[in-house]
Design a protein around this ligand. Sequence first.
Ligand code: ADP
Ligand code: MG
Length: 443
Amino acid sequence: TEISPGLLPRPRRLLLLVNPQGGRGLALQHTHAHILPMISDADISFNLVQTERQNHARELVQDLSLDEWDGIVVISGDGLLYEVINGLMERPDWKEAIQKPVGILPCGSGNALAGAINFSGGFEQALTVELLLNCTLLLCHGAVEPMDLVSVTTCSGTRSFSFLSVAWGFISDVDLESEKYRHMGSARFTLGTAVRLASLRTYRGRLSYLPATDGHRPISRSITLAANGSLANIRQHAPLHRTISDMGLCEERNVVTKRNSPTSVTDTGELPSFEASPSPAFLDSDSFTFDTAPGAPPSATHSAEFTNTRQMYGPLDNLLVPLDEPVPQDWVTLEGDFVLVLAIYQTHLGADLFMAPFASFGEGLIHLFFVKAGISRAAMVRLFLAMERGSHFEYPHFTHMPVRAFRLEPLTHKGVMTVDGERVEYGPIQGQIHRRLCNLITG
Ligand code: ADP
Ligand code: MG
């Protein structure tokens, strides 16, 4: 007898994005030699797309018809997944889009997330082809786990979503300086570390954080929306209320309009303020433009334009206040000279850097680490060697704190900061955890 095709599970369909330049430039070769044979055997159907330039993947997922895919998998380093995640978050339908499972097959020089997946899959720490085979096997198995993302805001107000780390000092310097040893694959970090150690330096800064204890309340702030043109026709709060929700800036239930009487709306450009709790802190630094046609009925739809479209969507940063305001009272602030500051939310900082052994994908924690000035070069070497085994916690200079949010303000004028291993503008930076915002294929 025949089984009706409708009763058979349909094969999984994966979109594979391969960066031919990733790591040692072997991504395509590895794809054909190892990846495609395994996923074909697993009865997974796929489309293979080569990325042609920076931001190609980011743009591609912005316009992708997501229904056609069961998952998006990058064949590259962490950098390409960062693009995919941020591309998904830049879509108007980000809330659904970011739930599309994403995966990574390590073919870059920075393969931290693959290291974490390999570890959670029960494999021994591995590099290069061994790591790739483990991760491909897990991908074929296909189980999906929710993963936290951290919303990171830099001094210009740009917001992005990070799945791995924010680094300053020693680690970001190694990341960037070792770019020139890219042809060496992950060995580039080892060499970069050695070079950096020879000229160990310190960085002055202020580090603030919200400890991960339960019971803190989201910040309640009022937002004032400035408006253009005549506002006399806005007689109700409802349309604006709706506009804000439609933009995905805050959820309807989080917006409480003040009980101003409609007549308190004036022509002077002042709108009644909205009390939002939790508040979209990032709104404050940007202006909205509401075009309100004079004489339009109160029920007219008011269009709103956000000055920075990259920040238009995403969940509220309910734990943060704008970077130019002091941190909330329940935060802790430390000022001093640091060798490194690292916020990480995965077990691994590199395929063989077992930074936070206790981390997991969807626990809702940022692991904040720092090393203060005064550590000797020899101690730094021992620390980094121990990191390979995850036994660096025995070292006294090394401090770890689980937090929900942090702010880092460099007081040293020159330096490098990285988010997920990619360089970002240097200056004050802050971030907060968004628990289980995306889904990761972990096998
Ligand atoms: P690696 O770990 O080797 O750095 P990544 O995945 O981080 O690998 O990729 C590095 C960067 O390469 C990413 O920022 C991505 O935008 C960029 N990229 C993607 N495709 C190409 C390409 N065809 N040519 C050059 N750069 C590319
Ligand atoms: Mg990279």
